[in-house]
Design a protein around this ligand. Structure first.
Ligand code: GDP
Length: 311
């Protein structure tokens, strides 16, 4: 991949795609192909085929997906499985038909079994039952990994799969119901502070453990692997460290300066008890995460304060 290669970022307005765009622009890749979802509906097979036939991208970052937190996954499983299957199938098959040189597919750590041994190695895939709250999404993402592997085997393509841990950063979804935990907590603490409320409600028991990766680090890892990795097996991307939801809430409270208390709502699901990725494969290739959790939350909080609706 050189600076003049035609590179398509699918989903460039999302959390991951916008970080990839910042990264590729900062490294002066000059031939980026971009389409908003209004311009190209990735669920529509004919439209996607026509786009690849006319635009002829050489490299593809597949960062377009229907994503959401525990409540959204639990409430809209049909949309999560249908839209993700269509997006992946359309882009991967069109990439094959139009001769894309290399494609990078982004999965998620929720593809691994609920009770996988921790930290989770890549070879835990399909070794056990999934976490029910995000099974539909996970099965769609597993299908994407299997498509990449199968096309490499049958057609000799160069499609790689990355499994990032929970991501956060600028351009995330801060919706209170449908967001992931970190953006939801930032917003909850900011609003509770502004409205002088006595406490903030955190879902579940606070005991689940999660690992968080700042999205600009993922963009860096993606470019690194696009250049340096060509295997068919998925590669975990994370920090190798996790934190309880309780401690995460305390960290967000401190960064936002909220003075009140924290209440746990046990009627909300905890989801999987722990999902820490084993990142030794990635580390052995020479890549490590750079942004500490507190620093990353601070950057995300600052972005939210500058960009939240009404600003
Ligand atoms: P998950 O990693 O797929 O479970 O997705 P989430 O990021 O949505 O949730 C992670 C954990 O944070 C779960 O145990 C949630 O119950 C917990 N959590 C606590 N408060 C919140 C909140 O306000 N929003 C979300 N989405 N999760 C929360």
């Amino acid at each position: 991949m050189d600076k003049s290669s035609r590179i398509y970022i699918a989903g460039h307005r999302g959390l991951v795609g916008s970080a990839l765009l910042r990264k590729l622009r900062s490294e002066r890749y000059e031939n980026l192909v971009l389409r908003t979802s209004g311009e190209l509906d990735l669920r529509e097979q004919a439209a996607v085929r026509e786009f690849f036939r006319t635009e002829r991208p050489e490299y593809v970052f597949l960062a377009a997906a229907r994503v959401g937190g525990i409540h959204a996954n639990n409430s809209f499983p049909a949309q999560f499985i249908y839209e993700n299957l269509m997006i992946e199938a359309n882009i991967i098959h069109s990439s094959y038909l139009s001769g894309v040189k290399k494609l990078l597919f982004l999965g998620s750590s929720c593809i691994y079994p609920k009770f996988a041994p921790q930290p989770i190695k890549e070879n835990s895939l399909l070794e056990g039952k999934l976490e029910p709250t995000n099974q539909a999404y996970a099965i769609a993402k597993i299908a994407g990994i299997e498509m990449c592997r199968s096309y490499n085997t049958q057609y000799g393509t160069g499609y790689i799969s990355l499994m990032p841990t929970n991501l956060y950063g600028p351009e995330d979804n801060f919706d209170l119901e449908n967001a992931h935990v970190l953006p939801a907590l930032i917003r909850k603490f900011v609003e509770a502070g502004r409205e002088n409320r006595p406490d903030v409600t955190v879902w579940g028991t606070g005991s689940p453990m999660r690992e968080f990766l700042y999205v600009d680090d993922l963009a860096d890892a993606s470019l690194f692997l696009m250049k340096n990795y060509s295997g068919s097996g998925p590669v975990n991307i994370g920090t190798g460290r996790d934190i309880s939801i309780r401690d995460l809430a305390l960290m967000v409270k401190k960064i936002t300066g909220f003075q009140g208390g924290i209440v746990f709502d046990n009627s909300k699901p905890d989801g999987t008890p722990r999902k820490l990725l084993d990142v030794s494969l990635l580390n052995s290739m020479g890549w490590q995460a750079m942004t500490g959790l507190e620093e990353g939350i601070r950057l995300t909080y600052e972005w939210y304060m500058q960009n939240r609706p009404g600003k």
